[in-house]
Design a binder for this molecule. Structure first.
Ligand SMILES: NC(=O)c1ccc[n+]([C@@H]2O[C@H](COP(=O)([O-])OP(=O)(O)OC[C@H]3O[C@@H](n4cnc5c(N)ncnc54)[C@H](OP(=O)(O)O)[C@@H]3O)[C@@H](O)[C@H]2O)c1
Length: 302
């Protein structure tokens, strides 16, 4: 299977590349300089030249402040890019998978099943929901793969970004990093944060996506684990799983400069039961997720 991955140098995309490689897929992962996904002509030309069987679209303009100050660029980077990828996939007869998010929900809908209607509360969620619609309405063979609270290691950069934000991403690795360096970890809790979610290890989410490609599964999938958790519990459970004292986790107010002013969905738990049944997969619980992450962290350190 030949698969084009956009955003393959990013956190999620680099894990998708890793897993597809592991399954002996032929992976094309052009960097942004080689293929700008907002350039529809270039996307079409690239897909025509390489004829992938599938495209996994994980590229994203990851700049929350920029999304507000340059709305036109934001629309093109999300909705326009998704349209370009879907149109190119349709012309090539390729299966297209959009990597999406639990932030398409409003934070009161959890645990949201796959067929729950999106109701985003911020610009990022709106742009992702609009991108989902492009796939749902326009793709001849399209899959929306929602991922959430993604844990793991960044495989394209030497070190994982450590910053905590209003979401859950990277939290477990950040805990491991701080505690291993002898520091305490200050987990944020309070209003204005995503406080409940359904984490997934980036490589497990990629396994879901690989399985969807293998089985030609279309529609909306929830590529997450089988256990919901709040951010303080996730930080403490991470400490325990990595062999540290959970008492070294402090709970503090969030940094308003990083959280920003946009609303954040509070409870974005996802129900992935239908996805697990459809793909014939078992949803990993949190303990399994954290043990797998521990092994991945050990592997990159050795
Ligand atoms: N991280 C999470 O916790 C999380 C949670 C839910 C959903 N998601 C979804 O996962 C996907 C990936 O997110 P991420 O966290 O992996 O983001 P990321 O680490 O910031 O990676 C973004 C990737 O997109 C590439 N890119 C940006 N603009 C591009 C353009 N115009 N043309 C081609 N490539 C471009 C970047 O390339 P450069 O390196 O050259 O900039 C990078 O490879 C997104 O769809 C996001 O909505 C992530």
């Amino acid at each position: 299977m030949r698969v084009l991955v956009t955003g393959g140098s990013g956190f999620v995309g680099s894990n998708i590349v890793e897993v597809l490689d592991h399954h002996d897929a032929e992976v094309l992962a052009p960097g942004r300089a080689e293929l700008d996904v907002t350039d529809a002509v270039a996307v079409n030309r690239y897909v025509e030249a390489t004829r992938p069987d599938a495209i996994v679209h994980a590229a994203i303009w990851n700049d929350p402040a920029g999304l507000l100050t340059d709305r036109r660029r934001a629309w093109e980077a999300y909705v326009g890019a998704t349209r370009a990828v879907v149109d190119a996939a349709n012309r090539a007869g390729a299966h297209v998978v959009l990597v999406s998010t639990d932030w398409v929900f409003d934070g009161t809908q959890g645990p949201a099943p796959e067929n729950e209607s999106p109701n985003p509360v911020n610009t990022y969620g709106f742009l992702k929901a609009a991108s989902e619609l492009v796939v749902a309405e326009r793709a001849e063979r399209g899959t929306i793969a929602r991922i959430a609270a993604v844990q793991g290691i960044h495989r394209a950069h030497p070190s994982t970004p450590r910053a905590q934000d209003a979401g859950f991403g990277y939290l477990a690795a950040s805990v491991a990093d701080a505690l291993a360096a002898g520091r305490r970890f200050k987990v944020w809790d309070g209003p204005g944060l995503n406080r409940l979610a359904t984490p997934v290890l980036a490589t497990d989410a990629a396994e879901f996506i690989f399985r969807a490609l293998e089985q030609a599964a279309t529609g909306t999938l929830h590529c997450v684990g089988g256990e919901h958790v709040d951010r303080v519990t996730l930080a403490r459970r991470s400490a325990q799983a990595f062999g540290f004292d959970p008492e070294r986790i402090d709970v503090v107010d969030p940094d308003p400069a990083i959280v920003g002013t946009q609303p954040v969905p509070v409870d974005t738990r996802l129900d992935a039961t239908a996805t697990a049944t459809q793909l014939g997969l078992e949803l990993p619980d949190l303990g399994t997720t954290l043990q797998r992450l521990r092994l991945q962290l050990q592997a990159i350190q050795s």
